[in-house]
Design a protein around this ligand. Structure first.
Ligand SMILES: Nc1ncnc2c1ncn2[C@@H]1O[C@H](COP(=O)(O)OP(=O)(O)OP(=O)(O)O)[C@@H](O)[C@H]1O
Ligand SMILES: [Mg+2]
Length: 336
């Protein structure tokens, strides 16, 4: 029997009640993350990446409606947890800083300004472990040291505003990892940093992944960052997964016209003088989601009468590579 994946997301649909009506921002999304695996989630702004990530911690706002078919299962050693059915604060704790931890794009937002970094790290550990205060402080210093903050035993008593952007990002990583999560969600963890610091933080995360053996959902709109960090990638557009596969296959032989467009938009190091080819057109508003394939209004391979009427099923490009597009040639028939 194959071991169950650490995380299984099935038919995840997330809608929000708004003044304009019910809007769909995640539409029937399914994916797995294996223990120790890094899954990259990539897509343009507004494609539903953060909404998907927050669903894993049941953190979406009060106006959220999860679809009746949606399920998110976290398979821990003591048995499976059905995340969307969690209600009580003591149960939600497991997916909010316990077995699942999250680091955000803007670390200033995840540290309270008037409480020292150390007190916040200690509080997090007291909440999620059986440590006492002294042990929690010792581990926090060790973690700060581990992420490269020098003089950690002094700096731990400083406040977020006393840290540089890169240091805050490191401290947030230290805090998220101190509880030894099985799954770390990194939502655009490097976008607010300058390029040099970005590379350092990515290197640091790669080291820690190896050392702690945790799985990561790495969210970014940058396919270049995915290429450096992830094992597999899922490409999202307007709430749908367009393509999934190993990073190598998706980046070398993208099958979906949307992924092909995203890759064409990347600057090529050896042709920096060539103009970029962005995916033409604007992303439609979630209030006006196109019928059929959600990408058909921008797709260079649009087939009238087909792409605007029926939602394309997933086609297997290889055993480890799938795309939801009628223009894709199946290399391997899906095993039924
Ligand atoms: N509570 C909410 N109520 C209404 N709409 C929401 C709510 N939360 C998110 N949305 C909408 O859901 C859509 C997807 O948002 P999401 O934050 O997941 O995008 P994203 O892919 O993370 O984009 P970015 O790259 O900009 O972070 C957006 O149109 C957003 O405005
Ligand atoms: Mg986001």
């Amino acid at each position: 029997m194959m071991a169950a994946p650490l995380l299984s997301v099935r038919n995840l649909t997330v809608q929000f009640k708004t003044d304009e009506g019910l809007i769909t921002t995640v539409d029937n999304v399914s994916f797995d993350i294996a223990a120790g695996e890094v899954l990259g989630l990539v897509g343009e702004s507004g494609s539903g990446k953060s909404v998907t990530a927050k669903a894993l911690m049941k953190l979406n706002a009060g106006n959220t409606v999860y679809g009746p078919e949606s399920s998110i299962t976290l398979n821990l050693d003591d048995g499976p947890i059905d995340i969307l059915s969690l209600q009580k604060a003591k149960d939600l704790k497991i997916v909010r800083g316990g077995a699942i931890s999250m680091i955000f794009q803007e670390p200033m937002a995840s540290f309270a300004p008037a409480i020292s970094i150390g007190d916040q790290m200690v509080e997090q550990l007291l909440l999620h472990s059986s440590m006492n205060k002294k042990e929690a402080r010792e581990l926090s210093i060790e973690m700060l040291d581990r992420v490269g903050i020098s003089d950690a035993s002094k700096r731990i008593d400083q406040y977020a505003f006393e840290f540089s952007g890169g240091m805050r990002q490191r401290a947030m990583i230290a805090m998220a990892l101190s509880t030894k999560p099985k799954l770390l969600i990194a939502d655009e963890p490097t976008t607010a940093l300058d390029v040099t610091i970005q590379a350092q933080v990515i290197d640091l995360m790669k080291d820690l992944i190896g050392e702690f053996g945790m799985a990561i959902l790495f969210i970014t709109h940058d396919l270049g960052v995915i290429a450096q960090t992830a094992d597999r990638v899922a490409v999202m557009y307007l709430g749908r997964v367009m393509e999934t596969g190993s990073v190598r296959e998706v980046i070398r032989t993208p099958a979906h016209p949307y992924t092909q467009g995203l890759l064409n938009a990347l600057p090529k190091l050896d042709h920096l003088d060539e103009p970029l080819t962005p995916v033409p057109g604007d992303i439609p508003s979630p209030l006006e989601r196109p019928g059929g394939c959600v990408f058909h209004t921008r797709c260079p391979k649009f087939i009238p009468g087909t792409c605007d009427t029926a939602r394309p099923g997933e086609v297997s490009v290889s055993a480890s590579h799938r795309a939801a597009c009628v223009a894709v040639e199946p290399v391997l028939e899906a095993v039924s």
